[in-house]
Write a new protein. Structure first.
Length: 414
């Protein structure tokens, strides 16, 4: 079914808020949000549209801004940005109900307006325009909007095209898949493909979304599991997800494990994900459980705000840490955008008793049995002599946190 989804983004949010507070126009003011105490190496958290027009990227270091460009530098005020974000969300809720709203980040939201068009007697473009006008009138902030028949096309039309239009609105339909979606290159310009996943796909000879859409879906699934199939569907403009079911942490009989990090992590966060996978899979084995629903949540540093959280369903329930780790890392590769990470959450849901195992024709059963036997032996030794008795060599790396966590009672897993 075709729905009418709006994806609304507040333009240069942090910098625009700072301009509005100072009664300045963000489209004519060279303002940068950054920590001036960190010197010229400080990263700009946001810049005004005026500076973007000059070719400056939003997340750059101060010393990379050309010397001939004079600009105002202001420190970030997260509390203020959160308050402004709440103001905008309250505007959305004046138009639609909470169930039809998804807050994607501090400056971006999805709205399903399918059931409201008759009520307002407006087209989706007309309703989007009214919402954007209301945001500007009440807050002074400018927003852009993508419209699509599903969440994916709404988001991508906003990312790729909306900013090019004078009214800040772009609408894509399924007819635009071959002419617009397929032409996106490099792959990381498409929502849902991070730089790490882009590299993985490039190794397969996939450089444009069209290449991905025409690739053998079975080979993608063999390489990337469930996410490979999802990538294929998305490349063809298909997205079956709904706002109501987005980002729900598995609740029915689930194990979860979260960790707040003591410093900013980037791609090295994969080490922490692997260690957390070991911890949570130990609980599966100990309680003779297996999972068919895997969830990963990433929270960015407070100076950035936001993050992402996604879950996927497995075809076959498992307690195999290698399979679970692979799927978690694929979620990470798919959505991570190189922002500083301060929180990682993992959950395994749809748990079932491991009374039987569904055979997999592609797995070596003898090798699998030997691996299970080894894991159970390690579990027994660590339970008897302490969790740090047998650890992987990666636990000796400076970014590892597992040794310290194991010293704490229960290792902070719920």
């Amino acid at each position: 079914m075709n729905r009418h989804i709006l994806c609304i983004d507040l333009k240069s949010f942090f910098a625009s808020v700072e301009c509005v507070e100072r009664k300045l126009d963000p489209f004519t003011t060279p303002l940068v949000v950054s920590n001036p105490n960190q010197g010229p190496g400080a990263i700009t958290l946001a810049i005004t549209p005026y500076l973007k027009e000059k070719g400056i990227k939003s997340r750059t270091r101060l010393y990379e801004i050309p010397k001939n460009i004079k600009y105002i530098i202001v420190p970030p005020r997260m509390k203020l940005y959160i308050e402004k974000s709440k103001e905008v969300v309250s505007i959305y809720l004046d138009f639609i109900s909470k169930e039809d709203l998804h807050i994607y980040s501090i400056d971006e939201c999805f709205l399903d307006v399918t059931n409201y068009l008759k009520y307002y007697n407006k087209t989706d473009i007309e309703l989007a325009q009214e919402i954007l006008n209301t945001i500007y009138k009440k807050t002074g902030l400018t927003a852009t909007c993508g419209i699509g028949p599903n969440l994916l096309l709404a988001k991508i039309s906003m990312d790729i095209e909306a900013k090019k239009h004078k009214n800040g609105i772009a609408k894509w339909t399924y007819d635009d898949v071959k002419t617009k979606l397929w032409e996106i290159s490099p792959l990381s310009k498409m929502w849902g493909i991070g730089s790490r996943m882009e590299r993985n796909l490039n190794l397969l000879g996939i450089y444009k979304v069209k290449d991905l859409a025409n690739y053998d879906v079975n080979k993608l699934k063999e390489k990337f599991g469930i996410i490979g199939e999802e990538l294929y569907r998305h490349a063809n403009g298909i997205d079956l997800s709904k706002i109501s079911s987005w980002n729900q942490i598995p609740k029915n009989k689930s194990y979860s494990h979260s960790q707040i990090l003591f410093k900013d992590y980037y791609s090295n966060a994969t080490l922490i994900i692997k260690e957390m996978t070991e911890t949570i899979c130990f609980r599966l084995r100990k309680n003779h459980k297996q999972t068919s629903n895997i969830y990963l949540g990433i929270g960015y540093s407070r100076t950035i705000g936001g993050g992402f959280s996604h879950s996927l369903k497995l075809d076959v329930p498992t307690d195999n840490p290698n399979i679970i780790e692979k799927q978690l890392l694929l979620i990470f590769d798919k959505y991570y955008d190189n922002s500083p990470i301060r929180k990682i959450s993992i959950a395994l849901g749809h748990l079932s008793n491991k009374n039987y195992e569904q055979l997999n024709l592609f797995e070596n059963e003898k090798e699998k049995e030997e691996n299970n036997s080894l894991l159970h032996t390690i579990d027994k030794i660590n339970e008897q002599f302490g969790k740090n008795t047998i650890l992987k060599a990666s636990s000796l790396l400076s970014d590892s946190t597992i040794k310290e966590r194991n010293k704490k009672i229960g290792g902070h897993h719920e």
